[in-house]
Each structure stands twice: as structure tokens, then as C-alpha cells.
Design a protein around this ligand. Structure first.
Ligand SMILES: *Cc1c(COP(=O)(O)O)cnc(C)c1O
Length: 394
């Protein structure tokens, strides 16, 4: 063996070894990740088993069955992809777009922009319609655009986490079917938290993530597609240009063949099984009601403290509230104060809303009355300390 001079893994200051991994305790009331449920953490800490072990195969079937319930669909191809929400987002583009095909993207925030970026990279012929961050599209606007542009895919974000808007999806599935177009929905901040009916709303393709409504850490992205989408995938003339996210390959593992594709992140699948089981035990409608009730409590509480909300109540998103930073307040100062002194994370505005709003998330396990009370109490007692003018009141 050669005498290799290794770079030492030492802390320069005291030349001692690193201490054991330590992470401070946080209450995550921002745009995600959200806290994982304690039972999910227990499942996550189990020793891995082989990803082709029959015990694991049976767990995969549970995950798929629980996902179908949570998505409210009977789609054969329903699986959690390895990777965060953006992985299934990219899969939805990579598998269903062939070079030059038309996609219409309705964008009203940061994640609509990401869809445009991805579709452009896969060489789609991209067109989009746009709304200011904080507004939603009307049924008529969408209908007109689909009928005139005749895209192969229409994509829209259900719960826009950047602006705090919940996009109504009623009737869009029918327009897409009449116009021979696939209906793609980003349900990253709605799955497992807000009413979402994949089959009834005629959604052909949808994706989500593990760390928002499902009370898990980030790492998996649930995906579902129906027969219409299967037909489109089956009629591709070219190979899917992304190996890792190729659904025909992934489905050989998640379908009945169980052929190795990539090593499943088995512990994350233990975790998501547990997160989904907790949702099924509580009952989807109860879960949706809990998210709506706690969000309303937050909205009322903030307004009675004199705060203004960025989105009108008709389109306001229960899982993520955008609160206007009062003009006389140091927004970052307050946010950092909550984190450093109370262990509570809330988010800054993203993109054009940076410095204008805070983003408060109540997702999954974190959507509970105690968390709302705790946060409202801090807005009441601590915010005045961050007034730029000394005697400013709210
Ligand atoms: C969080 C989010 C994503 C991206 O998911 P990641 O898990 O961060 O990759 C996509 N769309 C929406 C609406 C989101 O909120």
C-alpha cells in the first residue's frame, strides 16, 4: 500500500473529532419541510431490509394501496418516486413530452416557472398563461387557452406554495378530455392535506412530495397516472430521455415484475407507509377538515392582530398562508428571532414576494391548534420588537 497522506477530518480549532450529529429541535411552520410525525420517525429508524425482500415487496404494495386512497384514485401506476417533489415533477415532463410537443402551463408563482424551465429543457414547445402571484385562474380563462392553443398537455399547480393560492380545478378535466389533452396537476402542497380527487376531477397525471402534507422527511415524491397517460406514454416514438425517472422502467419494479431498477430508499418507504397509514386511520375527510379549521383559526387570529393576508379568502391556501410584512417591520429580523429564540421556522417570501410576505405553513402533523396558538401568541408579543420606528403599533 502506498503511504497516502489523508486529509484529516478534524475540527481545526481544537483538533478533536467531530461530536455526534446533533440537530436542534424546531417547529417547522414554513413552506416545507414540515415536522415528521413521531411514528414516522420510528419507522424511519428501523434497520434497512433488502429492496427485493418479500417483506419489503409487501410493504411496497401497502404504500401503493395507501397512496391510491390518499390520491382518491384507482390508477394502476401509483408509486412514490425516489427524490423530492421535483423528481416526480421532472418525471411528469420527461415521460410525457416528446421534442416539439405542445405544453401549456398556467403559471401564477414560482413552481409554475419551474415547470416552464423543465419543459423547455425537454424541448417541448412551451406556451404559458400568467397571473400575478396571489391570484388564481378562472375556469373561462383556462377553457379559452386550451381550446385555442390545443396543447398535448395542460399543467397547473393546485396549491401554489410561493404565493399562497389554492387553484380551483373544477371542470378543467372535462375541457382537457374534449380537447385531447392530458391534465397534469402539481399537488405537492395539497396531497394528504386538502381536498383532492384525482379520478373524479379527471386528472391524468399528478405528483407530490413526502415532506409537506404527509408528515415525512423529504426524499420521496408520490406520483400517479391513469390509462390516458399510459396510452400517451405507450405511444412515444423516442426513449424517455431520463433514465432514472423513466416510468416504464420504474413500473417494472413497482408493478408485478419487481425487476431491479435502482436501490429503493427503503427507509423512506417505511416512513411514507407510516405517514399514509396515519392519514388513512384519521380518515381523509377529517384530515382535510383539520387543515381547513386550523388555517381559518390562523387567518382570523392574524387579522385580529391587525395583520393583512396577501391572498383573498376565496383562493386562500390552507396549507400555506402568505402574511404581509407590515411596512414598519424588519421582516428578516422577526423571522430570525422566532428561529433563534423560540425554535420556530416561518418562511420568507419567494421570488417577487421576498421581503413583502412571510410564509406560514400548517401541513400534515403540524396542522394543530396548539401550533396556531403558539405562533399567534408570538406575533402578539414579539413583533413589536421589530418595528423600524420605535413607537409603531399594529
Ligand atoms: C415544494 C414544492 C415543489 C418542489 O418539491 P421539492 O420537494 O422541493 O423538490 C414543487 N411544487 C410545489 C407547489 C411545491 O410547494
Amino acid at each position: 500500500m502506498t503511504e497516502a497522506k489523508l486529509i484529516p477530518a478534524l475540527n481545526k480549532e481544537n483538533l478533536s473529532h467531530f461530536s455526534k450529529t446533533y440537530v436542534p429541535s424546531r417547529l417547522l411552520l414554513g413552506p416545507g419541510p414540515s415536522n415528521a410525525h413521531p411514528e414516522v420517525l420510528n419507522a424511519l429508524s428501523l434497520n434497512p431490509i433488502g429492496h427485493l425482500d418479500e417483506a419489503y415487496i409487501s410493504l411496497m404494495s401497502d404504500v401503493q394501496q395507501l397512496l391510491r386512497y390518499t390520491w382518491q384514485c384507482n390508477n394502476r401506476i401509483t408509486l412514490p418516486m425516489s427524490g423530492t417533489g421535483s423528481a416526480a415533477m421532472e418525471a411528469s415532463i420527461a415521460n410525457f413530452i416528446e421534442e416539439g410537443e405542445k405544453i401549456l402551463i398556467a403559471k401564477k408563482g414560482y413552481f409554475g416557472d419551474r415547470l416552464v424551465d423543465m419543459a423547455t429543457r425537454y424541448k417541448a414547445q412551451v406556451s404559458f398563461i400568467e397571473k400575478p402571484w396571489g391570484e388564481a385562474f378562472t375556469y373561462e380563462e383556462i377553457k379559452y387557452e386550451i381550446e385555442t392553443k390545443k396543447p398535448a398537455i395542460f399543467a397547473i399547480v393546485h396549491a401554489e406554495t410561493s404565493s399562497g393560492v389554492l387553484q380551483p380545478l373544477d371542470g378543467i378535466g372535462d375541457i382537457c378530455r374534449k380537447n385531447n389533452c392530458l391534465f397534469l396537476v402539481d399537488a405537492v402542497t395539497s396531497l394528504g392535506a386538502l381536498e383532492l380527487l384525482i379520478d373524479e376531477w379527471k386528472i391524468d397525471l399528478a405528483y407530490s412530495c413526502s415532506q409537506k402534507g404527509l408528515s415525512c422527511p423529504p426524499g420521496l415524491s408520490p406520483f400517479t397516472m391513469n390509462k390516458r397517460a399510459e396510452e400517451k406514454l405507450g405511444s412515444r416514438k423516442t426513449k424517455v430521455p431520463n433514465w432514472y425517472l423513466d416510468l416504464s422502467l420504474l413500473n417494472k419494479y413497482w408493478g408485478s415484475d419487481r425487476v431491479y431498477h435502482h436501490t429503493a430508499p427503503v427507509n423512506m418507504n417505511f416512513a411514507i407507509r407510516e405517514g399514509l397509514r396515519l392519514i388513512a386511520n384519521e380518515g381523509l375527510e377529517n384530515v382535510w377538515n383539520r387543515h381547513n379549521t386550523n388555517a381559518k383559526k390562523l387567518w382570523n387570529g392574524l387579522e385580529s392582530l391587525g395583520m393583512e393576508l396577501h391572498v383573498s379568502e376565496d383562493y386562500r391556501l390552507p396549507t400555506l398562508t402568505t402574511v404581509k410584512i407590515p411596512p414598519a417591520v424588519d421582516g428578516d429580523g422577526f423571522r430570525n428571532h422566532l428561529l433563534r429564540n423560540f425554535g420556530i421556522e416561518i418562511g420568507n417570501g419567494l421570488g417577487e414576494l421576498s421581503g413583502k410576505v412571510w410564509r406560514v405553513g400548517l401541513m400534515g402533523f403540524n396542522s394543530c391548534e396548539e401550533n396556531v396558538d403558539r405562533l399567534l401568541n408570538l406575533f402578539d408579543t414579539e413583533l413589536k420588537k421589530f418595528s423600524i420606528f420605535e413607537s409603531s403599533t399594529f
